[in-house]
Write a protein that binds this ligand. Structure first.
Ligand code: SF4
Length: 127
């Protein structure tokens, strides 16, 4: 019988409750330490299928900066982070780019958009 205890800090709100999840043979046996149902839900997800927002950059063509910073519109599975980062390394956009511009519609079929978090203006050329 494989027993495991995981300590998780809930990041849903600033209170930061410390939650303890007891897992036995891959199944959640108990969850303790949460103050509200959101924390319980967060802890379950964190143990079964943790997710994070991916922040990265993509190339900006003819921009005043070589890259523009981007993020996913929703969290994606941690297990997909590496693949998603690699996919973004092949992406380039043409300046100008505004904050909130959609860079990718559906990243790796995960149902999330990738949006710009910084502007990238057109490069000024000497006349
Ligand atoms: S368990 Fe509830 S109160 Fe505690 S940090 Fe999470 S969301 Fe906030």
């Amino acid at each position: 019988m494989a027993r495991q205890v995981k300590k998780i800090i809930c990041i849903v709100c600033p209170r930061g409750c410390e939650i303890t999840v007891e897992i036995e043979d891959g199944e959640i046996k108990s969850i303790k330490g949460y103050t509200c149902p959101l924390g319980k839900k967060y802890a379950e997800k964190e143990v079964v299928n943790p997710e994070r927002i991916l922040m990265s950059v993509v190339k900006c063509i003819n921009g005043d900066l070589p890259v523009v910073s981007v993020k996913t519109s929703k969290p994606i599975p941690l297990s997909m982070m590496k693949k998603a980062s690699k996919a973004l390394s092949d992406v380039s956009v043409e300046a100008p780019v505004k904050i909130g511009d959609k860079i990718i519609d559906n990243l790796l079929d995960l149902g999330v958009e990738v949006v710009a978090t910084r502007p990238c203006n057109e490069e000024r050329r000497a006349e």
